[in-house]
Design a protein around this ligand. Structure first.
Ligand SMILES: *Cc1c(COP(=O)(O)O)cnc(C)c1O
Length: 395
């Protein structure tokens, strides 16, 4: 049990992790675990990657914080890197994913206000997860996240995920729509990979309607999908706004909201801000992550490992009862069962493996991009054995 001095919002936590190195973490009894969740898609470079450690050590003894009253060279350097790699025009730095999405939502609202709309609307999807602040939990398509927090802000309209026709219908029925906001692959929603034509068709629809296409890549970016940003799987496609966080700092809190074209001009002096956002320490970590992804060819590696992991899971779990789907993109991998399977988390832990179950019945694997072939194979073997045992007991 965690100390009662903490609010109890994380429930009953039963594992205490005290050290990490590479693809492994250790608990307070000295037991080692292969980390196939990476702090929920945060530690893509593995734990305590020396390049990140060195960057934050150096910055910690140079300058930790000055505020955005001043120019911050590490912030400018990270901005230029991100803009260059993403095809976007500019960036606002936050401290978390939810705050990056708040910035995106404010951009859409600003555009709506400039257009004279009384209640600008953002289209969001079922099964979405966008964060826990009031606006982002409202954008989230999961009633449990919203439960007990009324009144929720207005201005969101929900449609099923992976359904362009539902959005086309809204275009005809609703006025004052300003943006569509969605994940290119739903993470918390159960690793839902949409049809290949979903994003291209949404891009065309947004162009035609003069809406912003806003992608939440908080979980999918930073190489995890096999591209730096998941939208880069579609040749030539660019969103108007894209957010990221999680893997960008490899454990140092940082978020980013990138914008392009008219969306990049909406914030003017005083429109938005953050005391900590873009601080020198976080930005040095972000730059170290981007440099390491490139130097160690980890994005290509994520694509390759993702194929290996998916192939092996599909072959080891072919015809396994109660498994309804095995899917993924890069190192975002989900195994869907036909029933709740939260107990698999505990069973994996007993075999020295950290995994996660999301949406109640989807085993979610988000391992570091630094897995070796042997570790990747061991991960698939262990997970497949767990799922087979679970299926047998369920039968
Ligand atoms: C984790 C996540 C968020 C929220 O990020 P926080 O840093 O927890 O605020 C938002 N969107 C997606 C897709 C996420 O995976």
């Amino acid at each position: 049990m965690a100390t009662p001095a903490l609010m109890q919002n994380y429930g009953n936590r039963t594992l205490t992790l005290v050290r990490g190195e590479g693809n492994y973490v250790w608990d307070d009894a000295g037991r080692r675990y292969l980390d196939a969740i990476s702090g929920i898609a945060v530690c893509g470079l593995g734990h305590c990657h020396p390049a990140v450690t060195e960057a934050i050590q150096d910055q910690a003894q140079t300058l930790l914080h000055v505020s955005n009253l001043y120019n911050i060279p590490p912030q400018e350097q990270l901005a230029e890197k991100l803009v260059g790699l993403s095809g976007m025009d500019n960036v606002f730095f936050s401290n978390s994913g939810a705050e990056a999405n708040e910035a995106a939502i404010k951009l859409a609202r600003k555009l709506g206000n400039e257009r004279g709309y009384a209640c600008p609307k953002i289209i969001v999807t079922e099964g979405a997860f966008h964060g826990r602040t009031l606006a982002t939990l409202t954008a989230t398509g999961n009633a449990k996240v919203q439960q007990g927090f009324a009144p929720l802000p207005e201005g969101f309209v929900r449609v099923p995920y992976n359904d362009v026709a539902a959005i086309e219908k809204l275009a005809a029925e609703h006025s004052e729509i300003v943006a569509v906001m969605l994940e290119p692959v739903q993470g918390e929603g159960g690793i839902r990979v949409p049809d290949a034509d979903y994003l291209p068709r949404l891009r065309a629809l947004c162009d035609q309607q003069d809406w912003l296409l806003m992608l939440d890549e908080i979980q999918t970016a930073n190489g995890r999908s096999g591209k730096l940003f998941a939208y880069q799987h579609v040749d030539g496609l660019l969103p108007d706004v894209v957010t990221t966080a999680k893997g960008l700092g490899n454990g140092v809190p940082i978020g980013a909201c990138l914008a392009r074209g008219k969306a990049a001009e909406l914030f003017t002096a005083g429109s938005h801000g953050s005391t900590f956002g873009g601080n020198p320490l976080a930005c040095r970590a972000g730059s170290a992550v981007l440099e390491t992804l490139e130097r160690e060819s980890l994005i290509e590696r994520a694509a390759q490992l993702g194929v290996q992991l998916l192939d092996q899971l599909q072959s080891e779990l072919a015809n396994c009862a109660h498994v309804t789907d095995i899917r993924g993109l890069g190192l975002l991998v989900g195994i869907e069962l036909d029933r709740p399977c939260a107990e698999l988390v505990e069973q994996a832990r007993a075999r020295g493996l950290l995994i996660n179950v999301t949406a109640g019945n989807v085993v979610r694997l988000l391992p570091p991009l630094t897995l070796s072939d042997a570790e990747c194979s061991q991960l698939a073997t262990t997970v497949a054995a767990l799922v087979r045992d679970f299926a047998q007991q369920a039968a």
